[in-house]
Write a protein that binds this ligand. Structure first.
Ligand SMILES: Nc1ncnc2c1ncn2[C@@H]1O[C@H](COP(=O)(O)OP(=O)(O)O)[C@@H](O)[C@H]1O
Ligand SMILES: [Mg+2]
Length: 242
């Protein structure tokens, strides 16, 4: 039977039919503000809190303090405690972009993979990570290799990705083909604020619920997916205005 890694995010594991495929890499795409980073934080945090699984959080966008503040603001009170104990390992922007350089930082991380037992990894964001490569070919080669290494080290990974539209006019990015799964976070403005949705567009080896479900980001709770709400279908007439 396929082994699964639960995200611990209420509603999301249900539409994933149990969770992410173990040792796979899933892309989490969406506009700025869609909730990608929070989903990543929650995935790593839940790993420690609920499943006794350690995690790595790689951030090209924020430093450790910003990450901590974001986590605590959303209600992940024990974030720092888990960082201090080593159950959550952070490689932040300062480390990754710092004086040792990108390559040696990643090598440092790969050494850590050899020595310690981690089950979960988040890369926030792939969009920034990609800027380190000169061309598509180099990027593709490196990304393939990186994804392989993650799987070989028994990591179940999420990579966030800035993506403006669900069906882009331009070519669909390579990263969509290289990863095993694709979760899209969508948001539409309303008078009262914003409506949020999640769509699991792809999950290799696995049957998923491919409808679009409403979700919320709540203080003290993080992301909740309403998997029992009336869902939209991309095939239907009355989906959310994307
Ligand atoms: N403490 C919080 N309580 C409620 N909502 C929050 C909180 N922190 C962030 N958010 C919401 O989450 C959104 C940002 O999510 P984030 O994961 O940073 O987006 P992304 O990484 O996709 O750009 C914000 O626009 C805000 O609406
Ligand atoms: Mg973000």
């Amino acid at each position: 039977m396929l082994e699964l890694t639960k995200t611990g995010i209420s509603g999301l594991d249900e539409i994933l039919n149990g969770g992410l495929v173990r040792n796979s890499t899933t892309l989490v795409s969406g506009n700025p503000g869609a909730g990608k980073s929070i989903l990543g934080l929650q995935y790593v945090y839940n790993g420690v809190e609920l499943f006794d699984e350690s995690g790595i959080f790689l951030s090209f966008e924020e430093n450790e303090r910003d990450i901590r503040e974001a986590a605590e603001s959303i209600g992940f009170e024990n974030w720092q405690q888990h960082v201090d104990s080593g159950d959550i390992r952070i490689y932040d922007k300062r480390v990754l972009l710092g004086e040792n350089g990108f390559n040696s930082s990643l090598e440092l991380m790969l050494d850590d993979l050899d020595n310690e037992q981690y089950e979960r990894l988040v890369l926030d964001s792939l969009t920034m990570f990609q800027l380190f490569f000169e061309n598509e070919r180099e990027k593709r080669t490196y990304l393939l290799k990186f994804i392989d290494i993650l799987g070989e080290n028994n990591l179940t990974s999420l990579m966030t990705n800035e993506q403006g539209t669900v069906f882009p006019d331009t070519d669909i990015g390579l990263e969509n083909f290289l990863t095993d799964g694709n979760i899209l976070l969508l948001q539409t403005p309303t008078d009262a604020g914003v409506n949020r949705y999640v769509w699991v567009a792809k999950m290799r080896k696995k049957n998923i619920d491919s409808d679009i479900f409403p979700m919320e980001i709540l203080e003290g709770q993080g992301i909740t997916v309403h998997d029992n709400a009336s869902a939209f279908s991309m095939m239907g007439e009355d989906g959310p205005p994307l």
